[in-house]
Ligand binder design. Structure first.
Ligand code: PHE
Length: 348
């Protein structure tokens, strides 16, 4: 029996050397310490042996079982480690390899310019309000001194949506009428309204059937044209740089009297003349004026007590000038590269 146990040990040792895979582990376990393994079998015949011998053999077989179990688990660990290491080395990441380029989105330039306007106006106590793009003829035209059949309506080639009552607003000025009516002639008004407007223009580098205006309206006591000039001057210096000079040219709008075109000195050539300002030294950025007597009256304000000014900046125009964009369609073609380029310009 003793020799048999020694033989088991020798056999086991030589089997162990050849163990390479997890399946080999399963097999060797079954062969020696499994239910029908040769070491398990040892104890089965013991009851027929005399107690003295049985004790000795018992000890020996326990020893061999302990030895075999330990050796197998060592081997098992070795194999598992080897498998893990191979897996890790296969999955290793070479951090020195160049990465895949990630294209970050960037805020739209137009949106940025609108936000700049909002920030400056809010710092001067203006509220930012919204108005519908699908507008009634009444707000878009009639309350602004443009009754049906008025020839000046033709200048704003309008998209009518339903009959002649519902349209895509051709400017953001209807918001003036809406805000004044909502206040019922009782409170001062100080708002800006950035938003989209639509006209039946053929799209080209400087025209788009959809564009953005930043409307503004102030109604209070003793508001004069000089207040408009002062406000616009401060705003433009903040938005386009401290050297910016503002110029008003006489103009005509049905809802303001007097009316003006707002020009700023060309920040590219500082008034010397270049291709951005078409050699005039000035750039037009919007229309404005003192709110017309009839508009105040029609919108519930007593023109003898109240007065105001209104303006409309062309947002794309301001953005094009600020970022040197030569084609208005740039804003409406979704091309990430454009905004990324401008984003970087801004950072530098
Ligand atoms: N609504 C005018 C336009 O679209 C601009 C404007 C706004 C003029 C406010 C005067 C006052 O051209």
């Amino acid at each position: 029996m003793k020799e048999y146990i020694t033989k088991i040990k020798t056999d086991f040792d030589s089997d162990l050397v050849n163990i390479k895979t997890t399946q080999d582990i399963v097999d060797i376990k079954a062969k020696y310490i499994g239910k029908n393994g040769c070491i398990t079998d040892l104890t089965k015949g013991m009851k027929d042996i005399n107690p003295e011998e049985r004790k000795k053999l018992g000890m020996l077989s326990n020893e061999i079982r302990k030895y075999v179990t330990e050796e197998i688990s060592k081997k098992e660990e070795e194999i598992n480690n080897a498998i893990l290491n191979e897996k890790l080395s296969k999955e290793a990441i070479d951090i020195t390899l160049p990465g895949t380029q990630v294209n970050n989105g960037a805020p739209s330039i137009l949106e940025k310019v609108i936000e700049d306007f909002e920030e400056v106006f809010m710092s001067m106590g203006y509220d930012v309000v919204d108005g519908p793009e699908l507008e009634e003829d009444r707000f878009n035209f009639e309350l602004l001194g443009l009754p049906k059949g008025h020839p000046a309506r033709d200048a704003q080639d309008t998209f009518y949506v339903k009959g002649d009552e519902l349209l895509l607003r051709s400017h953001t000025s209807p918001v003036q009428a809406r805000v004044m009516l909502s206040k019922q002639g009782k409170e001062p008004v100080r708002i800006i309204c950035p938003g989209k407007a639509y006209r039946r223009d053929d799209d080209d580098a400087t025209h788009s059937h959809q564009f953005t205006q930043i409307e503004g309206l102030i109604v209070d006591k003793d508001i004069k044209l000089s207040d408009l000039k002062g406000t616009v001057t401060v705003i433009c210096k903040k938005l386009f740089g401290p050297d910016t000079v503002t110029r008003f040219r006489p103009s005509y709008y049905q809802f303001t009297e007097p009316s003006v075109e707002m020009d700023i000195s060309c920040f590219n050539c500082k008034g010397e003349g270049c291709n951005i300002c078409k050699n005039t030294g000035w750039i037009t950025i919007g229309g404005a004026g003192v709110v017309h007597y009839d508009v105040l009256k029609g919108c519930g304000y007593n023109p003898e007590k109240w007065s105001g000014f209104a303006f409309g900046f062309g947002a794309e125009r301001c953005a094009m000038l600020k970022y040197g964009i030569s084609d208005i369609r740039t804003f409406y073609n979704v091309d990430l590269r454009e905004s990324q380029t401008f984003d970087r310009k801004e950072e530098n």
